[in-house]
Design a protein around this ligand. Structure first.
Ligand code: GLN
Length: 535
């Protein structure tokens, strides 16, 4: 069995420094040297999982194949490493406490007083070590959410301290900080970094490697100074300079020798491990950065003020545009503001439109307006989840002539409930819940657009929704030219619909955006962009 190594990524000074990207970049570099790597995220909030969090507060909710509603950083891990994550890759304080309280109620603690140390910290450590316990991975890279010094993250940092003490060289701590540039003084300032490293030391943790986020190059003198003040080798003080695309970060971190410093500190002989082969990755980044011809895509949704709410969709469009040698010009369109009066102005010049997922009533009318327009004007359109459901309702209203067609989620009293909760789905809903979550099989119909796109019959895609296409209306739709090109056969549920007479009008009940990666861009997005640029 392998001796799994554990690497922790903590952050200081401010939030939003990109710990997830640094953790994913390190994962990529180690993977590109031939190691097996997995990334984990520990979130200090008390929600048991991010499923109930408003996307405006926390960005998108990412969904793993095994149906876990997860932090969006897991999306970065999958996009960078090209390997699937699971429920165990994301743990929140809420879940840690829930587990400990369940054990207490069962009497597992045999009358002991249950405390943060050792019970909560033991549960945290168990969740970290369980990823490495099967011997599948050479490295488990665990990102600790939040900022050092927060009350919420104390038990996590304490757990890191204990693991470091227990594991010695098999454990390493990378601390990400921020070096601000004071324009008036024309100087980079390292004091916040020093304070942040001290805050970590006060909790008994000494960082092994410092990664300094900066907008300007940090000189070697300054790195030496930071090293001296922070008890870190000068060679282990690295910079992460601002870049136009997050996909540059692994290449920059390779230039900074992050992987080499990590391996050396963990006792590897560098001459015995091949250098990270980043050729394919570099090709992708160059395509992304060098594309000159544009593709103009509109993303119609109700959370567009916070682009993080649509992180995976935006990244999927980035991958697909790069592979089509196009520069993505993305127009985020608030569906609440779309109307018959302004739709021509807002969508008329676009090459393609994505109608976003979403829950509930708000912004729905704008989605109908957008879809009627793109359907009638032959503009390539991709409807995702609620996007497919709105395609269904718009088609029923304006093509089939059912004026009151609706989803029962929006209008429980409609007589044409073309989107509804189906009897058929009852046997496959997640335990106790009411949502179809995680990966489900889908069979594609030969001779359809999606069959041509996926080039195979059986696919599997991730879901996160309650409502489904109502099969009672299937033949009405078919007679009017809608093709049900993807079905979940086990439960007879519609997964994909496409409009025969249209250039590219496809609705999917699942979320293809969760599985687009740099090495495997999602075929639906790639083909959507291809159709969008086809004159
Ligand atoms: N509101 C829809 C449902 O629950 C779609 C959800 C989504 O778009 N993720 O079925």
């Amino acid at each position: 069995m392998k001796d799994t190594k554990y690497i922790f990524v903590t952050g200081g000074v401010t939030s939003s420094l990109g710990k997830g990207i640094i953790a994913a970049s390190l994962g990529k570099l180690l993977q590109a040297r031939g190691f097996k790597v997995t990334n984990q995220k520990l979130d200090p909030y008390i929600n048991v999982d991010p499923g109930t969090l408003n996307p405006y507060e926390h960005g998108e909710c990412y969904v793993t194949v095994d149906g876990h509603e997860a932090d969006l950083d897991l999306g970065h891990y999958e996009r960078f490493l090209g390997v699937e994550t699971h429920k165990a890759n994301n743990v929140t304080t809420g879940r840690i406490y829930q587990n400990v309280i369940n054990k207490e109620r069962r009497g597992d603690y045999l009358g002991k007083t249950v405390q943060i140390i050792p019970h909560i910290t033991d549960e945290i450590k168990r969740n970290i070590k369980s990823l490495g316990s099967k011997g599948e991975f050479d490295f488990v890279i665990t990102e600790i959410g939040g900022t050092v010094g927060d009350i919420e993250s104390l038990p996590y940092i304490e757990s890191v301290r204990q693991l470091r003490w227990e594991m010695g060289k098999n454990c390493l701590i990378i601390h990400l900080t921020y070096v601000p540039y004071l324009a008036a003084a024309k100087e980079l300032k390292t004091k916040p970094t020093q304070h942040s490293v001290k805050a970590l030391q006060e909790q008994g943790v000494q960082a092994d490697i410092l990664v300094l986020r900066t907008e300007h190059n940090i000189s070697s003198e300054m790195r030496k100074k930071v090293a001296l003040f922070c008890n870190v080798d000068a060679s282990a003080v690295l910079q992460s300079i601002d870049v136009p695309t997050i996909y540059r970060v692994p290449l920059n971190m390779q230039d900074e020798k992050l992987d080499e410093v990590v391996l050396t500190k963990m006792g590897f002989d560098l001459s015995k491990t091949p250098k990270a082969d980043m050729t394919k990755w570099t090709e992708f980044v160059e395509k992304l950065e060098n594309a000159r011809e544009e593709v103009h895509i509109g993303l119609v949704g109700k959370y567009v003020q916070l682009p993080d709410a649509y992180k995976s969709i935006i990244e999927s469009l980035n991958h697909a545009s790069a592979y089509n040698n196009r520069k993505l010009i993305l127009d985020l369109i608030l569906s609440d503001k779309l109307s018959e009066e302004n739709v021509e102005k807002k969508l008329g010049k676009l090459d393609g439109v994505v109608v976003a997922p979403g829950f509930g009533q708000r912004g729905i009318d704008g989605k109908f307006v957008a879809l009627k327009y793109t359907r009638e004007h032959n503009i390539p359109s991709l409807g995702i989840c609620m996007g497919m459901q709105t395609m269904t309702i718009e088609f029923a209203r304006n093509v089939l002539g059912y004026a009151d067609a609706n989803s029962t989620e929006i209008d429980p009293n409609t007589t044409h409930n073309v989107v509804d909760i189906m009897e058929e789905q009852k046997n496959i809903l997640d335990l106790g819940g009411s949502m179809r979550l995680g990966a489900y099989k889908c069979k594609l119909k030969k001779g359809t657009k999606v069959f041509e796109i996926y080039k195979k019959e059986n696919i599997s895609e991730r879901h996160r929704h309650r409502y489904e296409f109502n099969n009672a209306f299937k033949s009405d739709f078919e007679k009017a030219g809608m093709v049900f090109s993807g079905m979940n056969e086990e439960s007879n549920l519609v997964e994909i619909m496409e409009l025969k007479s249209h250039k590219w009008y496809i609705g999917v009940q699942f979320h293809p955006e969760y599985s687009s990666t740099v090495s495997n861009p999602h075929p639906l997005f790639v083909n959507f962009i291809k159709a969008a640029i086809l004159k």
